[in-house]
Design a binder for this molecule. Sequence first.
Ligand code: DQA
Length: 148
Amino acid sequence: MMNLLVLHGPNLNLLGTREPQVYGVTTLDQINEDLVKFAADRGTSLQTFQSNHEGALVDRIQQARTDGTQFIVINPAAFTHTSVAIRDALAGVAIPFVEVHLSNVHRREAFRHHSYFSDLAEAVMAGFGPAGYRYAVDFALSRLAKIA
Ligand code: DQA
């Protein structure tokens, strides 16, 4: 069975009520439930993890090295623009990943235009809302099945 890991960074636990004009009204639980079902329907196991703490995300990525994770989908949230530590963790475990942002960071403030992840990512999704996670999981499944 294929194994995917979806990681969510800080403040994404507030989705649904957090700046809904930017991030929409879908909650993180709804996003995760949809992804677990989407993957299960395709015979794939999908784990999710959210943290507001940089070190906890680093620890979870390191754990992925030995827990059978074959592909990571990550929305690093604000850590996108600041975290060398999470970047180094992803490079260190050498598991392919897709970077996801609910909003189109490129049409927002200049400080959101730089990412510490995009040059390592297999692909980047920005501005698709919650559907971006689904597209990323779909892409990961195609990659693992060697059809993309
Ligand atoms: C975000 C964009 C980031 O700039 C921001 O800090 C977030 C969410 C997004 O999903 O659009 O928290 O990653």
